[in-house]
Design a protein around this ligand. Structure first.
Ligand code: NAD
Ligand code: HSE
Ligand code: NA
Length: 438
């Protein structure tokens, strides 16, 4: 029988993830000790209410409402209470007292990551956060370690399960937005306030974390362009499928190149987009997540799986716990946040994208030429046009035009849409969606 040194593990929060993490730490103690090279002794689970019902049976003697005492003397602190405070203060306290910290808290890292990573570097501790992005899917460690020798060019991610579930339901079963959201809430994907999901705040937090890691540049949350899915209509979802696309809420992090191929900077954005049905991300259904990474040497990589769920997310947390324990056994400082590239962060207006623009126009000779001129006046070239005959309105026939542009800056595409809306041959701009993954 091998005698392991014991490491003291404090769990903060006994909710969906915290209760599953605690159960796995207790049930798999021997296996985890063998893998980590140290025993992982759960010294306590900090909760708000000692008598609240929990998803797993946590021995009563482990529960405490005194989180601060639990933190002092712990070797590893696992923060699973969520929110900004007291999570921030408790993590700073834990790092300061020499503990490695594991968190699943994307909101906290997106708002206060700089302060927390700096504190960790100063004291030589490690701040792990695999569970904070795309739940169970390994993506933080692949970006930090496996791809550390490569250059990531672009990330296209479905990183919010709630919005993917809603859009998938609207597409596959024709369900309404509200019904699908209610179901996502029932299944436990949605945040307590689902505004964070449907308005893209949750995905923007994850995009900030992914972009920072991928480009070795600290990308603050307020630099992430954010649009949610509340403006996506059932008609757009149906029309998308007819045209060979599916609507997805994407988190896109990319290097922005200049005309000579040099790097001007990086950008991070979250918005609904049309994804071709042939793209691997189009096959990500339900509440699943997937992160599609394009790297210079590795080419395209796809990381797919459960982006939420107490047990699934606990898997990512436990992986971090074993890593932290191994570091304690080996000794030495943790790996610091890598921000050496410090690239400029550019607004969405500078990124290259494509728009699909659906217009109702008057159906008269010369209209197509007029529309084409608006595009070319803005330096935008049209890749495809599909015209269908529409209704006769006040004696004038109309037509529906679906145009897909070639790549152009978001700024020139937005200006094209504004000019089209003002043009007398255009009755209505019916839909504007970016197209990604072509
Ligand atoms: N549930 C998921 O699928 C999932 C996936 C990825 C990341 N996360 C992240 O994991 C973290 C935990 O999420 P969850 O789903 O377990 O949330 P949860 O609401 O189920 O659990 C949080 C628990 O912390 C407790 N808590 C809050 N403030 C406290 C305090 N001051 N003292 C003691 N206890 C306190 C709450 O009472 C609750 O029981 C969050 O940061 C969340 O964003 C969750
Ligand atoms: N509300 C989040 C949970 C996981 O972070 C989602 O829907 O993906
Ligand atoms: Na993850």
């Amino acid at each position: 029988m091998i005698e392991y040194r014991n490491l003291r593990v404090a769990v903060l929060g006994g909710g969906s993830v915290g209760s599953q993490v605690t159960a796995l730490l207790l049930e798999h103690a021997d296996e985890l000790a063998a893998r980590a090279g140290a025993g992982l002794e759960v010294v306590g689970v900090a909760v708000r209410d000692l008598d609240a019902p929990r998803d797993t049976d946590i021995p009563k003697e482990l529960l405490t409402t005194d989180a601060e005492s639990l933190i002092v003397g712990a070797d590893i602190v696992i923060e699973l209470i969520g929110g900004l405070e007291p999570a921030r203060t408790w993590i700073l306290k834990a790092l300061h007292s020499g503990a490695d910290v594991i968190t699943a808290n994307k909101a906290l890292l997106a708002h206060h990551g700089a302060e927390l990573f700096e504190e960790a570097a100063q004291v030589g501790a490690q701040l792990y956060y695999e569970a904070a992005v795309a739940g169970a899917i390994p993506i933080i460690r692949p970006l930090r370690d496996s791809l550390a020798g490569d250059r990531v060019q672009r990330i296209l991610g479905i990183v919010n399960g709630t919005t993917n579930f809603i859009l998938d339901r609207m597409d596959v079963t024709g369900d309404s937005f509200d019904n699908a959201l209610a179901e996502a809430t029932r299944l436990g994907f949605a945040e307590a306030d689902p505004t964070a999901d449907i308005e893209g705040y949750d995905a923007a937090q994850k995009a900030a974390l992914l972009a920072s890691l991928a480009f070795h540049t600290r990308v603050p949350l307020d630099a992430v362009h954010r649009e949610g899915i509340t403006t996506v209509t059932a008609d757009q979802v149906v029309a998308a499928r007819k045209a060979g696309y599916v609507v997805k809420l994407l988190a896109i992090c990319e290097r922005v190149l200049n005309a000579d191929g040099g790097i001007d900077g990086v950008s991070a954005r979250v918005h609904p987009a049309l994804v071709p049905l042939t793209h691997p991300l189009a096959a990500v259904h339900g509440g699943n997540n997937a992160v599609f990474v394009e790297a210079e040497a590795a080419g395209s990589l796809m990381f797919y799986g459960a982006g939420a769920g107490g047990l699934e997310t606990a898997s990512a947390v436990l992986g971090d716990v074993v890593s932290a324990a191994r570091r304690h056994v080996i000794g030495g400082p943790g790996v610091a946040e890598s921000t050496h590239a410090d690239l400029p962060i550019l607004p969405i207006s500078r990124v290259l994208t494509r728009y699909q623009i659906t217009l109702t126009v008057v159906d008269e000779p010369g209209v197509l030429a007029t529309i084409a001129a608006v595009f070319s006046d803005h330096g935008v070239s049209v890749e495809a046009v599909n015209q269908t005959v529409g209704a006769v309105i006040e004696g004038v026939p109309s037509a529906t035009l679906i145009t897909v542009s070639h790549e152009a800056t978001d700024e020139s595409l937005a200006a094209t849409v504004a000019a089209l809306a003002d043009n007398s041959v255009v009755r209505e701009v019916v839909s504007v969606l970016r197209v990604e993954g072509l």
